[in-house]
Each structure stands twice: as structure tokens, then as C-alpha cells.
Design a protein around this ligand. Sequence first.
Ligand code: GRF
Length: 263
Amino acid sequence: MHKKIRIGALISGGGTNLQAIIDSCESGKIDGEIVFVGTDNPDASGLERAKNHGINTFTVDYSSIIQSLKKEPEKIAPPKDFDIDDLYAKQSLFSDDADPEKVKFFMVSRAIAEAKLLEEMAPYPFDLLMLAGFMRTLSPYFIDRVNKEADHPRIMNIHPALLPSFPGTDGYSDTFRYGCKVGGCTVHFIDYGEDSGPIIGQKAFQIQPDDTIATIKKKGLELEWELYPECIQLFAQGRLKIVNRSYPTKDGKKIQRRIVDIV
Ligand code: GRF
């Protein structure tokens, strides 16, 4: 058996993926233990799942932080180590023609909330941070403070679609509304974009003529509960390596991509 990794989790909702990971840690399918569960949502029912297993929990209420900053912009005080130019240079969430005020407010308000998250996480050192239905986009401020080494990303996410198709918050519904015949889920490392980081694993299901959004969400979630533990176990075994791969393009050029090799 491998040394157990320490896993932190962030959730926003019901936490069925969290439950799958807790169960996999307890049954030995994952060589790991969950050391905290944090949320942005004080009403996240998944917190109960953590408490039932004696796992430490905390809440950083993003909505109320963002509301109060909107109401009293003069009170905005970014964290001491906040460098907005660095974040502008790194982020790929907004296009160049996005409203600069909107981008600025996003970066500052996220960094304020994220600094609180980091503070809550600090007592629990971890090897891997897993996002399990965490519905807040993480800014480079947070990502850089967790990923200290470029080639060792350690924030994982599960997404309800076969990326790079259908990034965003509603992947199963988007897949269904497009008329796809196959849907699926993806586990990937987080980077500075929206659901754009290196892919670790994917599972797919058929979409039948009588399927509905509800039935494909059910099919998808059942696959998520298998896929996420498998990917986390690969991480625990040290089998996920980030490599820079060069691919030929149609016009004879080359593109570079950071991908995950499973070794
Ligand atoms: C899942 O569908 C996951 O892919 C997405 O959010 C949902 C979370 O569900 N990111 P749960 O809270 O784990 O039940």
C-alpha cells in the first residue's frame, strides 16, 4: 500500500461526489484521507456528509462577501500580497474586450474570498485539493498559492461533460440540448481558464431517444462516482505526470500542449 495522501475538498451542494471519495478512502480504493471539507455556500447539504464522517468543515460565504463589496466599494481591501497586474497577465477567463471594471471587480472580490479560504485551509496541510461540485471559479491568486510547482498541479475538478466540449456550469444540460448522442464526465487539473486544464480521465454514456435532462444527469453522476475515485487514486500512486507534448497541425505547424501522462 502507498502512503496515504491528505485530501482537501471544496463543495457547493449535495456532495454526492464527496461521498464517493469518502467511501473510497474508507474502503481502501483510494490511499488517502479527507482532511477538510470547505464550502462557499452556508446551506451546502454536503457538509452533513463530512460531519457524519468526523471531517472538519468550514464555510466562506462568497455571496455575502461579494454583496457587501458591491454595496460598499470604498471598503474593498485586497489581500496584502495581491498583484492585479500579475492576475491580469495570467487569467484566461475573460477576453481582451471584456469590461475592465467587471474584470477588476472579479479579480479583487475573488482574491478577498480566496484569501479567507486559504486562511481556513491553513491548519490542514494537504497533498491534493479536490473540487467536488464547487461552483466558484478560482482565480490565479488562489491557484498559485496552492500550486507551488508548475509541473505538479494539485487542484482537481470533476466536470459534467466531455471536455473540451461544454465548459461552464451546466454541462449535462448543454450536452443534451445540443442533441449529442454521447455524454460524459471529465476529471482534470485546474488551470487559469474555465474548465481548460489538463485532462486526467473521462467516461462516456450513450444518450438514447427517450432520455431527458434528468436521466442523463443520473447516468453522468453514476459515472462520476467511479471516475473521480479512480483519478484520485492515480494521483495518490504518483502516476500522473504533466508533460509538454508537441502536435503537428493541419498546416504543417506545431502546437504545444500540457497534457497528463498516466505512468
Ligand atoms: C457534478 O455533476 C459535478 O460534475 C459538477 O457538479 C456536480 C456536483 O454534484 N461539477 P455533487 O454535489 O457531487 O452531488
